[in-house]
Design a protein around this ligand. Structure first.
Ligand code: GDP
Length: 457
């Protein structure tokens, strides 16, 4: 039932040199590879001391540990051999060269181990994606979400939905196949539609998550915008605690978009410093402004930085127009240069606006603590780390939306319903869910998913 006849091997641990290197072998010749290199096959799932030899010369290459995971109870579902070696470049090169000489063995391609696990039914696609996200997780909240996904939070739910769909479909088909038979109850359509309606509501509720899962996966994006010289770059540097953006006393020097990725209380946040958004005739600067606008326009939150020493007119209409789709905060900077009275005046102006406002100094850090706390709280609220989301990728959303669309069409059939139409829509909804987990017809999405893996995974 296993699909692969060749055996693959790769270095599965990180870049050498390192204390330990892990080399994995998966496929029908994994046992033969162990025999060839260490002269034995250890007891299943028990670490054994191994003298690793070059099968051609008999020379000992290294001393390490070997593990044996016979099929089908292994990660790929195939026979797997694992060697733990000293992590030097020459050791690894010699062992990989020795493996290449074992008949039937060849180096693995990127993601090939995980692909075999999928093809052999050990992992569904959502679990594969969860695994990729777990390896890539930068923050605690991302790790938690990826781990849930890898354990099948969405995959299992989706399979249970698909089972319910098949039950509903069976009812409708019984009605189509045996329209006149006495032992088939007249009205099988009503319970089928009731099932479809429950399912429809559940999928719709899953989708109504404000894209929290995708956002957490990608990180919250906060753009820092405002007039030139207000202190945007200084603010970003202060946030990043390093010189990420060039701070200059001359206007218009930040020509590109500079990004800083931060872990704020476990939430991934990306800050963007945008070029001073203003009219310019310099083509280089115009391009900077265009890019800044585009990036900032997609941000989840815009911090509009104002110079507290300047005239103090907040360009409300311009901000509203520029960032119609984003949440916005006003950040008054350089409060170290102004009097308490001036701050009071600015506060009274702001009172009339409906944006949250903060008063800080990027130079002295005055007001900075409460401001950063507010940003972290916003990120927590936005990414909603307490109640985990199931949908973590656009691919998931797309599949669930397709299922929802088909269910809606089935439910919108006017009475008396056309049974063949209902059956067809239920079938389409089932296919959409099948695509989510990789149960049906997914060749086209496979390459996209496995491409992102590294070799040895
Ligand atoms: P940007 O054009 O908005 O990115 O502004 P910059 O960060 O380049 O800052 C413009 C000028 O204002 C620089 O000379 C900074 O040193 C100065 N500056 C920025 N923030 C503060 C602050 O809080 N207090 C004072 N006194 N100067 C600041």
């Amino acid at each position: 039932m296993l699909k692969f006849t060749d055996t693959i091997f790769a270095l599965s641990s990180g870049r050498p040199p390192a204390a330990i290197a892990v080399v994995r072998v998966s496929g029908p010749a994994a046992g033969a590879a162990l025999e060839a290199l260490i002269g034995k096959i250890p007891a299943p799932r028990h670490a054994a001391l191994a003298h690793v030899r070059d099968p051609a010369s008999g020379e000992m290459i290294d001393e390490g540990l070997a593990l044996w995971f016979p099929a089908p109870r292994s990660e790929t579902g195939e026979d797997i051999a694992e060697l733990q070696l000293h992590g030097g470049r020459a050791v690894i090169a010699a062992v990989l060269a020795a493996l290449a000489r074992v008949p039937g063995c060849r180096p693995a391609e990127a993601g090939e181990f995980t692909r075999r696990a999928f093809e052999n039914g050990r992992l569904d696609l959502t679990r594969v994606e969860g695994l990729a996200d777990l390896v890539g997780a930068d923050t605690e909240a991302q790790r938690r979400q990826a781990f849930r996904q890898m354990r099948g939070a969405l995959g299992d739910r989706s399979e249970s939905w698909r089972t319910q769909l098949i039950e509903a479909l069976a009812l409708v088909e019984a009605r189509i196949d045996f329209p006149d038979e006495g032992d088939v109850p007249e009205d099988l359509i009503a319970p089928a539609l009731a099932k479809a309606r429950d399912l429809r509501d559940e999928i719709a509720a899953t989708l109504a998550d404000r894209r929290r899962g995708e956002r957490l996966r990608e990180g919250l994006v906060i753009a820092i915008a405002g007039p030139p010289n207000a202190g945007k770059s200084s603010l970003l540097n202060r946030i990043a605690r390093r010189d990420a953006a060039i701070v200059s006393p001359f206007a218009g020097t930040t020509r590109d978009v500079i990004e800083v990725h931060l872990d704020l209380d476990g939430c991934p946040v990306t800050f963007l410093d945008t070029a001073g958004i203003r009219d310019s005739t310099d083509p280089v600067e115009q391009e900077g402004v265009r890019r800044a606008r585009e990036r900032a326009g997609e941000a989840d939150l815009v911090l509009w930085v104002m110079d507290a020493t300047s005239g103090g007119e907040i360009p409300v209409d311009a901000i509203k127009q520029e960032f119609s789709n984003n949440a916005k905060w006003i950040v008054w900077n350089k409060i170290d240069l102004v009097s308490v009275l001036r701050i009071k005046t600015l506060k009274s102006v702001i009172h009339k606006l409906d944006y949250p406002c903060y008063f800080i100094s990027a130079l002295t850090e005055s007001g900075f603590g409460p401001f950063l706390k507010a940003v972290a709280a916003h990120a927590q609220k936005y990414l909603g780390t307490s109640e985990p989301a199931l949908v973590t990728r656009a691919r998931h959303r797309h599949a669930l939306e397709n299922a929802l669309g088909a269910l809606d069409r089935a439910l919108n059939e006017r009475l008396p319903v056309r049974e063949d139409v209902v059956a067809e829509e239920l079938r389409l909804a089932g296919r959409a869910l099948g695509k989510l987990t990789g149960r049906v017809d997914v060749e086209d999405v496979l390459d996209v998913i496995f491409r992102d893996f590294c070799i040895g995974k």
